[in-house]
Design a binder for this molecule. Structure first.
Ligand SMILES: [Zn+2]
Length: 694
């Protein structure tokens, strides 16, 4: 839930989502089993030996955390996100499995075939690397590094991995009605630039293992051990140079840092040795005169690299990405080696994700608005949308009340904030108009071919937007997704049907638990419009200051307080060669601000709702007051276990804080929590001083 350039876009940092999508790798043939129902409020999760005023996360989640080890095929296991994600995936699998056997419509046939091709691992085995032959030949034929643009353009045109940078079409940050070309840094394989350039024992070890992995993949592809070692070293050298030239993701949170409008001619001057006109022609983008160059220095560095690296080094780099990019869909030897490094070593995943889960997720990514049509018919009744409309309206009112009573903001800025709030558009459940997949050709016996068709289809869909009006009704998450997002350029909040299910959204429970669940989620998304990034955009989605200078200064002091506070929280304890790792308060600032705001305004909406029903937050159910149940319901959304390597990776790359700090960080900044649990002022989660933005 922060700003989201969601399209296949450049700026990786800009996730505006509620949570980081679960990472996983896959394989195996285990049988899907129906998942259990998920309780919205789980009294058995509570660790009553913990002191809620000292560690509320432990209190609300302690028993759950103790009793729910991470399944072997996961790296993060969360009580709400993972369990609901597993449930939705199972329901989707049922639909895909049925469509792959007995399709009733042309659309079912299409996604049924996509799924069937993915499940057919025997055929994958038989084909070996032959589906990659055309791409590998193009690479082998490279004669001159000055022809890299041609190579990348041709690889992209056929839907093969075409690394080095990212190109697409997105809304102009300063005129959100316009859709313009954008280009920015890319080309890495490890999760972040730090993995290449930070000097530490842990990263040294990972880099060594990565190079060994790349070499193993080359030997599997038929190269000699000696040749593979040379190629792997070249891959590492090029990726390290790209990492060094890349801008840090925390820096890129500032929208001005990735907004640089260039004429095409001036952009070409940044990298004179790379002929972008050839590339643009190959991918068939309509002619344009100007574009946003998110990271200009990166392209200067790429230009230097073109001359510096040998043709053979470049061949190794592209050959690597061709194989690595589809490694999960190659024969088992490639799959296993890929899992051993990217799953097990890098993230601590013990077993690959079962094939049916992998294929369900892939089909959802490729054809989500086709599969999703039936999914919402079965799992998202119209009554759910009506309830959500009412809840969103209640939260809007609360945020308005909150803005009105903010002690630090001038009336002038309050008026502008209220205008922006009034302009937020709400999108609930699924798109009004479904995407047309007619142009996407799918074959039942060609998995890699389908992946390429989807890559081309998706890129064409994106590039076709160039110069056209913005489609405000478009969605960037598929209906069964367990997540939500705010999009700055459209000033809209989006809640896929997938998250509008228990334990988030449940009208069989008391309002306190429901407001602690989906209420806080809605409040979180709305607050994104006013966090460190979102607040820089106006109600129309344009990057434009609407706060007075004094208010912006006061705002920044408050966000600095939040950033410093979360920077003190531990992301991973010291372990072996790795020292203790703290959270990056600046990277997670938007999410933390949204969590804090969401908790406050959902509470206000709960009070309004209870008052309208003639009830009070002091009424008890199962021994807890409604006030306590609100905070417990909120906290139990975030109960989780995570492997240590994955937690360390998240601390570097995920703009969301881990569950413990989403809970403890938010409640310690909200006095109503301390009051609800009878804490004494000065206790850790009821401090004398706390941070507050909204
Ligand atoms: Zn968020």
């Amino acid at each position: 839930m922060n700003r989201l350039r969601l399209v296949p876009i450049l700026i990786l940092t800009a996730a505006t989502t509620l949570a980081h999508p679960p990472a996983s790798a896959q394989s195996g043939a285990s049988k899907p089993a129906p998942p259990p129902a998920i309780k919205s409020f789980d009294i058995t999760a509570i660790d009553k030996t913990a002191d809620p005023c000292t560690d509320f996360y432990q209190y609300a989640c302690g028993n759950w955390v103790k009793n729910n080890a991470i399944p072997a095929d996961q790296v993060r296991w969360a009580r709400s996100f993972s369990l609901l994600g597993e449930r939705n995936r199972y329901l989707l699998w049922q639909e895909l499995d049925a469509a792959s056997i007995n399709p009733r419509t042309p659309l079912e046939k299409k996604y049924g075939n996509y799924f069937a091709a993915c499940m057919n691992t025997d055929l994958v085995e038989q084909k070996g690397l032959s589906p990659l032959a055309p791409a590998l030949k193009r690479i082998a034929d490279l004669k001159d590094a000055h022809r890299l643009a041609t190579l990348i353009g041709e690889l992209a045109a056929e839907g093969s991995p075409a690394p080095l940078y990212r190109f697409g079409v997105g809304q102009d940050e300063k005129d959100s009605t316009k859709q313009i070309a954008e280009i920015g840094q890319g080309g890495l394989s490890l999760p972040d630039r730090d993995y290449y350039i930070v000097d530490s024992k842990r990263f040294d070890a990972i880099r060594k293992q990565y190079v060994e992995h790349v070499a193993k993949m080359f030997t599997l592809a038929g190269d000699t051990t000696g040749q593979a070692a040379i190629e792997a070293a070249a891959v590492m050298e090029i990726e390290t140079a790209l990492a060094t030239a890349s801008t840090d993701r925390t820096v890129l949170r500032n929208p001005e840092r990735h907004y640089h409008i260039y004429t095409l001619a001036d952009f070409q001057k940044l990298a004179p040795d790379f002929d972008f006109t050839v590339y643009f022609k190959d991918i068939k983008v309509r002619p344009f005169d100007t574009l946003n160059v998110a990271t200009p220095d990166f392209f200067k560095a790429v230009n230097d690299l073109i001359a510096k690296e040998s043709v053979d080094a470049w061949k190794a780099y592209f050959r690597w990405h061709t194989i690595h990019g589809v490694a999960e869909n190659l024969p088992k030897a490639f799959f296993d080696e890929n899992f051993a490094f990217f799953g097990k070593t890098l993230q601590g995943q013990q077993e690959p994700t079962p094939r049916w889960k992998q294929c369900t997720a892939m089909t959802d990514r490729a054809l989500g608005e086709a599969v999703g049509q039936d999914w919402v018919k079965q799992h998202f009744p119209p009554a759910a949308k009506d309830s959500m409309d009412k809840l969103v309206a209640a939260l809007e009112k609360s945020l308005g009340d909150d803005i009105e009573t903010l002690p630090w903001m001038s009336d002038e800025t309050k008026k502008a904030a209220e205008e922006k709030l009034a302009m937020i558009r709400n999108k609930i459940g699924y798109p009004e108009k479904w995407r047309d997949y007619f142009a996407l050709k799918i074959k039942r016996d060609d998995l890699i071919g389908n992946i390429r068709s989807d890559a081309v289809f998706s890129r064409n869909y994106n590039l076709n937007k160039l110069g056209k009006p913005v489609d405000e009704k478009e969605w960037t998450m598929t209906p069964p997704t367990v997540n939500a997002y705010y999009q700055s350029s459209n000033n809209d909040i989006n809640f896929p049907a997938g998250i509008l299910q228990p334990p988030f959204f449940d009208f069989t429970v008391d309002p306190a638990v429901n407001f602690g669940g989906i209420g806080v989620v809605i409040g979180h998304e709305m607050t994104h419009g006013f966090d460190d990034q979102g607040s820089k955009y106006d109600g129309k989605g344009n990057l434009r200051e609407w706060q007075t200078a004094a208010d912006r200064k006061a705002f920044t002091e408050r966000t600095d307080c939040v950033a410093n506070e979360y920077s003190g929280f531990e992301a991973a304890p010291a372990h072996g060669d790795a020292p203790q790792q703290k959270l990056n308060g600046k990277l997670t600032l938007g999410e933390n601000t949204a969590d804090n705001g969401g908790l406050r305004i959902a509470w206000m909406a709960l009070l309004d709702t209870l008052a309208a029903q003639g009830k009070s937050v002091l009424e008890k159910i199962d021994g807890y007051t409604e006030a306590q149940r609100y905070f417990l319901g909120f906290a139990q959304v975030w109960c989780q276990n995570q492997t240590e390597p994955s937690a360390r990776q998240s601390a570097l790359t995920d703009p969301h804080s881990p569950g413990r700090w989403r809970v403890n960080g938010s409640v310690q900044n909200f006095d109503e929590f301390g009051k609800a649990f009878g804490c004494t002022k000065g206790q850790p989660l009821y401090p004398a001083d706390s941070c507050r933005v909204w």
